[in-house]
Design a protein around this ligand. Structure first.
Ligand code: G1P
Length: 292
């Protein structure tokens, strides 16, 4: 099984659910505590042994390049002042992995976005991140998916149990008959089903490890419903139809959907609680807000 060395991070979206914050600032650059959301994804990838991150970005997302680039005005200033701690914060992101950038020129969907990175990922398995999903936990979620990919030999999606009313917002997996393990062998997936059509309550989160055949299946597959987006779900269905194993992994961490204001706020609080220096004072402020 070839190692998973590369991650594609999709960061070309408009962020319309977080306007006006995302008018000038890419949604992926909004801070979770004091680090941009994207940095958590890159740190997760690096902690799992990924060597190169390929960002799929769009016009207006140049701040992403600036953040993960070396040098710059702030670094020069901190160096001149001899501020080693500040310099480490500013230069840290550029040192996590190697970076590449590709542009998605039109909002043509997830499969098209991945295909924009084609030249950099051809012929090998790769990790795929949807930047909106922040996953905090005892080990990098993508590392658990990589291990599952190595065990099964096929594509793997990260899943979690989803409350009934949210099922229509997710890709929902269909476990193969008699399967209940982890990773869980699948027989199908449905993108954003109605509750009554959902084959399980396991929803796909924005973490995937996709097998080396994926680019062929992007070309070969079509949106399940003509005229809708070409989802990664459609690509996985094409792999299943070709007899390739596709599995779901229930990961250990907790996932926060930062793409909406409530989820974004909760993610900030969860990440702050992981910081020793913030946990106690933040808990006190929250208790005071709640009047207790
Ligand atoms: C995408 C995927 C969906 C998945 C979700 C997780 O949907 O298409 O299968 O459950 O991400 O965040 P989106 O929310 O981008 O429409």
């Amino acid at each position: 099984m070839p190692p998973v060395r590369k991650a594609v991070i999709l960061a070309a979206g408009m962020g319309t659910r977080m306007l006006p914050a995302t008018k000038a600032v890419p949604k992926e650059m909004l801070p979770i505590v004091d680090k941009p959301l994207l940095q958590y994804a890159v740190e997760e990838a690096a902690a799992a042994g990924i060597e190169q991150v390929i960002f799929v970005i769009a016009e207006g997302k140049e701040a992403v390049r600036e953040h993960f680039g070396a040098g710059g005005r702030v670094a020069a200033l901190l160096r001149a002042k001899g501020d080693a701690a500040g310099l480490a914060l500013v230069e840290g992101p550029a040192q996590l992995v190697r970076f590449a950038y590709v542009y998605q020129d039109a909002p043509l969907g997830q499969a098209h976005a991945v295909n924009c990175a084609r030249d950099l990922i051809a012929g090998e398995p790769f990790a795929l991140f949807f930047a909106d999903d922040l996953i905090l936990g005892p080990e990098p979620c993508i590392g658990e998916l990589i291990a599952a990919h190595q065990a099964t030999g096929g594509s793997v999606v990260g899943v979690e149990e989803v409350p009934a009313e949210q099922i229509p917002q997710y890709g929902i997996v269909e476990p193969a008959t008699g399967e209940s393990g982890n990773p869980l062998r699948l027989s199908g997936l449905v993108e954003k089903p109605r509750l009554e059509d959902a084959p399980s309550n396991l929803g796909v989160v924005g973490r995937y490890v996709l097998s080396a055949t994926t680019l062929d299946h992007i070309e070969r597959s079509r949106p399940a419903i003509a005229g809708t987006e070409h989802y990664i779900t459609d690509v996985l269905l094409s792999q299943l139809a070709a007899g390739e194993p596709v599995s779901a992994m229930r990961f250990k961490g907790v996932r926060y959907d930062t793409g909406r204001p409530l989820g974004y706020l909760v993610a900030n609080i969860a990440a702050a609680f992981e910081r020793e220096a913030l946990r106690q004072p933040l808990a006190e402020r929250l208790r005071a807000f709640l009047g207790g």
